[in-house]
Design a protein around this ligand. Sequence first.
Ligand code: AMP
Length: 176
Amino acid sequence: MTDLKGLVRTIPDYPKPGILFRDVTTLLGDAQGFKATVAQMAETWRNEPVDAVAGIEARGFILGGAIADRLGCGFIPIRKKGKLPYKTIGQDYQLEYGVDIIEMHEDACRAGERILIVDDLIATGGTAEAAVKLIRRSQGDVLGATFIIDLPDLGGMSKLKKHGVTCHALMAFEGH
Ligand code: AMP
């Protein structure tokens, strides 16, 4: 068994003092590690009726595309503001200082479609919560949200669960 947690690189004080950045590029760069990560993330949802995977830019694209392929469903990109070419709907969310906006094509998710949200890591849950809102505004059904890493001390999964979203992560790291 590949030690997936051991393949995550921790960078102290990035992007600012006090943050332990959990860098998954070392995990994704390892052939066995990447394969096992995608396989395990997809396996959790294997028997769920997923119509599409919604990946959050940018690391959610790498994982989400591979997971969608495994589940045999489509892929919806959720991007930073101004990146998508067609008509979009946007949702703002709180950052530590200020707000940011993510967007989705207005026709990317059809009413009743069951969507699995994918990102590499959940911290405060602000980004994933905004993705939930975008999908629900399109009348989509958020089936769940899945991550490689959960930072439980930051409460993101609790936040999503309050919205009735089923969450899953392959591993957790204590602290920030
Ligand atoms: P949040 O909205 O607070 O849940 O933050 C989640 C997003 O920020 C994800 O897309 C992560 O890639 C990134 N992120 C937040 N905190 C970290 C961290 N400690 N290490 C690596 N990425 C992080």
